[in-house]
Ligand binder design. Structure first.
Ligand code: SF4
Ligand code: SF4
Length: 475
């Protein structure tokens, strides 16, 4: 049989397993996964990577660059800090471009490396497999002991173990909840909330409780369902993966026909897979990778370690399950730089160039001028027409500035800040000012008059804005 026929015979079999997920039975009931404790060279590498990434994640809120957070995504005050660079709503297009670039990067990364992110860097997997699962193994034991404990009546041992495990789970969930809040509102605000009575900042306290509760529920109960059924990135795999994408794969050409190993058996007509199912038993999403690439596989590589161990014991080469592509197995050659990858790389290069240009040319101080909502114009007793405006000033620099606003090319127009004086804008802040503009009615020739305003700090021109001044209809 030639290679192509063998591929067809072995790979294009009944794909009925794709109609359901391993963690839900025919009645729609959850099948709880008890993965066997993973061990091996990939697992050891994952432990090191996880320690580094989790250390960065927990240290992140405390790291400042130029006095600004390493990462702050304050959606409530619409202030964002990325690597110490502060972005305001006025930088919306830069943030949007960043989001699009990130999205294209994710697509490119997935097309080339499959779900490497999921198994090795996603916080969900890091916490689940490297923190919560490890605590579970430590308290409840390996998969078999966990099953036994589950079936056990509520005796002293079970109560003690459950209490200990869930108390630790709750403590870690609280820590994660506070860390996530620190990325959203800043570490200083989190410190303030926890140092005061809950009644002094009910909203902040409720946020901390809600996040802690969500993380406890996710890691204690939801678990792999977050990756299998909820995460949108996981759902995208079906459209992103191609035959050249690298993923954890079972070498069906080498492994099939599978069959249990018997003593002194002639295995000349059998593949290398001895059907021990250890790769299935260690899988945290409960799947059998020998069925082919599946949506549920998070590329955690636990099955590679398990199978390598088996292969070593039976004296066969390791790598029956390995990171490769479909074409890597079927055709024996692995191509990374395909036409699709070249296309995505080109788009990403254009986006990054645009982003660099926009970021490097964005102004340090910006003003946005809007007429006060609900007000048209007012006719004053002295014959002048008055419009009221809101001007929002944003200072992105680390120096405070005073800003004066003047009207250009309209000598009879006057502008005055409500409360008098100039705008005093602290470093890295945003302030709203209310301004009254008056123009003699006789000088208005139309219902709308274009005005140009200059914002100056001393003699330095900071920004220019244009607006419409409304007046009565002239007949
Ligand atoms: S661990 Fe390896 S040998 Fe055992 S069932 Fe899985 S693929 Fe086959
Ligand atoms: S199939 Fe293998 S790599 Fe995929 S989730 Fe299961 S154990 Fe991890």
């Amino acid at each position: 049989m030639d290679n192509e026929a063998r591929i067809k015979e072995l790979y294009n079999y009944d794909e009925v397993y794709r109609d359901s997920i391993a963690t839900v039975d025919e009645k729609g009931k959850r099948v709880w996964v008890y993965p066997k404790k993973p061990k091996g060279r990939y697992h050891n590498k994952r432990v090191v990577v996880s320690i580094v990434l989790l250390a960065i994640l927990f240290a992140g809120p405390f790291i400042k660059i130029g006095g600004e957070p390493f990462l702050l995504l304050n959606i409530f005050e619409r202030k964002f800090s990325i690597l110490g660079a502060v972005f305001w709503p006025q930088d919306f297009f830069i943030l949007a471009l960043m989001a699009i670039s990130f999205f294209v990067f994710v697509i490119l990364f997935t097309v080339v490396f499959g779900r490497l992110w999921c198994g090795w860097a996603c916080p969900q997997t890091l916490f689940m497999e490297m923190v919560f699962r490890k605590i579970e193994y430590w308290i409840d034991g390996d998969a078999g002991q966990q099953r036994k404990l589950k079936k056990m009546p509520w005796n002293g041992e079970k109560i003690r173990k459950r209490l200990l495990k869930h108390s630790i789970f709750i403590a870690i969930a609280v820590l994660i909840g506070h860390t996530v809040m620190a990325y959203l509102i800043g570490i200083e605000n989190v410190k303030e909330i926890v140092s005061k009575s809950p009644t002094e900042n009910m909203a902040g306290f409720a946020g901390l409780v809600a996040f802690s509760g969500i993380f406890y529920a996710v890691f204690a109960y939801l678990r792999e369902q977050a990756c299998v059924a909820i995460c949108p990135y996981g759902r995208l795999q079906g459209v992103l993966l191609v035959k050249d994408s690298i993923a954890v794969m079972y070498d069906w050409l080498r492994g099939e026909p599978r069959g249990r190993m018997k003593k002194n058996e002639d295995r000349t007509n059998k593949g290398d897979c001895i059907d021990c199912k250890l790769c299935v038993h260690v899988c945290p999403t409960g799947i059998d990778i020998r069925n082919g690439t599946q949506l549920e596989c998070v590329n955690c590589t636990a099955c590679i370690d398990a199978c390598d161990d088996v292969m070593t014991k039976i004296g066969k080469p390791t790598g029956l399950i390995r990171t490769t592509s479909y074409n890597g197995i079927a055709e024996g050659k692995q191509k990374i730089f395909t036409a699709r990858v070249a296309g995505y790389t080109g788009v990403l290069a254009v986006l990054i160039t645009l982003l660099t240009v926009f970021v490097s040319s964005r102004s340090d101080v910006e003003a946005t001028m809007l007429r006060v909502p609900g007000m048209i114009y007012q006719k004053l007793d002295d014959g002048q027409i008055q419009n009221i405006y809101n001007i929002q000033f944003v200072n992105k620099t680390s120096e405070p500035i005073s800003i004066d606003v003047t009207i250009q090319d309209f000598p009879s127009a006057s502008i005055q800040k409500v409360g008098g004086g100039m705008i005093e804008l602290p470093a890295k802040s945003k302030i709203d000012g209310v301004y009254i503009v008056k123009i003699p009615s006789d000088d208005l020739t139309d219902r709308k008059t274009k005005l140009k305003l200059e914002m100056k700090s001393g003699d330095e021109l900071i920004d220019e804005v244009s607006t419409n001044f409304l007046g009565p209809i002239k007949y």
